[in-house]
Design a protein around this ligand. Structure first.
Ligand code: NAG
Length: 381
């Protein structure tokens, strides 16, 4: 029987197999929590159901818009400090209404707020504008002579609440000036529901390269935001529980007590620090046995991920001789507190007398990856 307490002389050749629970089609160990994305059609259907007067919850539009706007302002507050100047671009419809409500809340929380409001749909939206103005928001109705860029200060963060999930086609006047400005500005932007100028269902189809810094998705993220790379928040705690199954919008986890937004970005709030993680090296005589062990480790949520590196040559001393073996090497990533359980499973399934179980501390890593790691491994029972 071979033993292993070997100095590692690892030579990786060929393809590395990676075993982890998240998705069989991804070839690396990194993933975000499962997030359902919805089409513009589903988003519209959810809105209709939320406001259906003859079925619960029968929200009125002003009620829903107040909740949506408060949600936007909350996500904004969690992303940007109150010392920021906020420049809100307000569209003609519900997305714009959310922006006006958010502007009012942000002003009351101490932000300096300017709203660009070129036109509004009806008296209800006029009331929202008036309320924002009464709270101290500056209202601008047309482009300044020097252009929108003249409204920027060094601390400005923009809210893009121009177009929402019912927008289609290229922007018409006066938004055909605002949207290109949003696409070209270097100021950070938080977009509401979908970056203006992106297709709600297909994303940045016209290659605007518009990449807002952050996004607040209301109710559920829209299909078009799938490729979104910035900080991503979800707000929809006002949506009845039964809608989750009805519209397929269940996201793992819950809104924490007192919170009306939750972060979808991997590595966002709630991320863990590196101290709690380890890498464990285990060698095996062949890939088949390594896969059996790896699958058991991942399936039982004892570890997050195992990379199986094939064609490793191991040179080691054994009973007075220099041995050379072909092996595979498993690189196992887990919580430090689960290392003992890893060893138990390895010893149970391994065929070596003394399998290598070598634990290496983690010194650093991307926040997103470490958060995923933490979420993928059960805590010690
Ligand atoms: C993309 O460009 C085409 C052609 O101009 C236009 O028909 C389409 O509406 C645009 N899509 C968006 C999301 O603006």
């Amino acid at each position: 029987m071979r033993s292993l307490l070997r100095p590692v002389a690892a030579l990786a050749v060929g393809f590395t197999t990676t075993t982890y629970a998240f998705s069989a089609s991804t070839s690396f160990c990194a993933a975000a929590p499962h997030v359902p994305y919805i089409s513009s059609k589903t988003a519209a259907a959810i809105d209709v159901s939320l406001m259906n007067p003859s079925a619960s919850p029968a929200y009125t539009l002003p009620q829903l818009m107040e909740l949506a706007g408060l949600t936007v302002s909350t996500a904004f507050h969690k992303t940007y400090p109150p010392s920021s100047h906020v420049l809100v671009f307000v569209g003609p419809g519900n997305n714009g209404g959310d922006g006006l409500v958010a502007a009012r809340h942000l002003k009351l929380w101490g932000y300096d707020v300017t709203c660009v409001v070129p036109k509004l749909k009806d008296a209800f939206f006029e009331k929202l504008r008036k309320q924002a103005e009464d709270c101290g928001c500056e209202i601008i109705t047309k482009e300044p002579r020097e252009g929108y860029a003249s409204l920027l200060t060094p601390s400005t963060v923009i809210i893009d609440s121009v177009f929402g999930f019912s927008a289609t086609g290229p922007p018409r006047a006066p938004y055909n000036d605002i949207v290109p400005f949003l696409h070209s500005t270097t100021a950070p932007v938080m977009a509401v529901d979908i970056p203006s100028g992106w297709s709600v269902d297909s994303g940045d189809v016209n290659y605007t390269n518009y990449a807002p810094d952050s996004l607040i998705s209301l109710t559920a993220p829209k299909l078009g935001s799938k490729g979104f790379k910035g900080r991503h928040w979800l707000g929809g705690h006002f949506v009845p529980k039964r809608f989750e199954a009805e519209f397929g919008i269940k996201v793992d986890g819950v809104y924490e007590g007192g919170e009306i937004v939750r972060e979808l970005t991997p590595g966002g709030e709630g991320g863990e620090d590196v101290d709690g993680y380890s890498v464990v090296y285990v060698t095996a005589p062949n890939g088949d046995l390594a896969q059996v062990i790896a699958s058991e480790l991942v399936k039982s949520k004892t570890v997050a991920c195992v990379n199986i590196i094939p064609a490793v040559k191991s040179v080691y001393a054994w009973k007075g001789n220099v041995e050379v073996d072909d092996e595979v090497l498993m690189m196992i990533k887990t919580r430090k507190e689960r290392v003992g359980d890893v060893e138990k499973i390895v010893k149970k399934l391994h065929e070596y007398e003394t399998p290598e179980v070598l634990v290496v501390g983690v010194e650093g890593g991307s926040k997103e990856y470490l958060k995923w790691l933490g979420e993928s491994v059960d805590k010690r029972k």
